[in-house]
Ligand binder design. Sequence first.
Ligand code: UD1
Ligand code: CA
Length: 453
Amino acid sequence: MKNLSVIILAAGEGTRMKSDTPKVLHKVSGAAMLERVLNAVSGLKPEKVCVVVGHGAQQVKKEFSDRNIIFVHQAKQLGSGHAVIQVRKVLSKYKGNILILCGDAPLIKQETLKDLLSFHIRQDIDATVLSAEIDNPFSYGRIVRQPSGQVSGIVEEKDAQPLQKRIKEVNSGIYCFKSQKLWNSLKKINNKNNKGEYYLTDTISILSCSGASIGAYKIKGFEEILGINSRIDLAKAEKLLNKRVVEKVMIEGVTVIDPENTYISPEAKIGRDTIIYPGTIIECDTEIGHSSIVGPNCLIRSSKIGSGCVIRTSFIYDSILHDNVKIGPFAHIRPGTVIKEDARIGNFTEVKKSIVGRGSKVSHLAYIGDTELGSDINIGAGAITCNYDGVNKHKTQIGDGSFVGSNVNLVAPVRIGKNVLIAAGSTITEDVPSGSLAIARSRQTVKPRKKRG
Ligand code: UD1
Ligand code: CA
């Protein structure tokens, strides 16, 4: 968008979080609060995005070093107005509109910001504040209006008169200013208030007194403007964002048995007619195809799951599952795993950085690590790959159609050919050629039992 630049305030300590992590790096639905705000803003295609950092600045900068952001340092956190003043040198020649947001209000939607901007531009307003009605307005700045309805200022909780405290229309902390009006009014703010801070909110009454036009763009519901000041607010935000995402996937044709107890990342994609059982958490950019069944109690992160899969009570990280794969219950699929069509990983089985070929079965109590399994292989209960010698990891390869008996140890590096049969209980240390039978265990002896006593 031309004539638009953005300032995000993110220098505050967030004292009430009681944390070593800067407040804006705390995560909501898997992404830092500041990332959620940046994502909402990026769709507006602003000319410049400035982020005011202070408390934990190094950490914040590092986290977002790959973004096209201008970081502005606020050495002492003297208030939101003081924070914006720090950006003046960066935007001094800039003549367009300036959208200001707080890094601690992560639920704002891109569409709402677009609506705010078109309201501000269409009506040619000097300063527009995004507001909402809240049943419990405690801790928010209140929007003060004249009897005519015209906005005349914003009063902070700590400075509000008893009557003003009853006002339910609150300041979201999101505003759009014509740049010159912003800089001129910021010259006049002071810290003579109960918090001893330079409030950004004072610009509204200053502009109002000077005859500038002030607008309030009031949105329905307060969810989008929830400001996170404590861990309790953080949990509220998590619930609200999750509700939004779960409802969206349900509208798109996914059955979620218990929306309250299912967590889906806003970045995830789920196909139609997939059913998600309670206690399931789907994180990051996980993709799930159509007509799959997931849960109860699964944790799936950054993975690609095909269609027609059934995943019961299992953990899956950074892996790819093709169509019609069955997993669990109680399986652990670790990063770098690919499981091809119709394969099955059963209970108490761990698979790490391995390929499991089409139609292969690892049904019970197995460990498969650094392994390439061909197709139609059966791995017996209790069979494991011994991939780690204490220093290095080694690979195991097993060809199509082979059968590995129960409790086999495959000591890597080792190659098993196609259609091999490995007898139960064998410890295999050497390669086995295709089509052969390998037995590597001591022969059973049976002796008469000595009589006791
Ligand atoms: C602020 C608003 C309040 C509004 C609420 C919405 C002011 C004075 N008040 O209150 O009207 O209802 O947000 O959530 O602005 N910050 C800095 N540097 C500072 C101080 C703050 O960068 O010196 C940043 C914070 O990191 C935060 C934002 O500004 O992202 C708001 O500051 P905060 O202290 O959380 O203000 P609130 O009391 O929540
Ligand atoms: Ca706040």
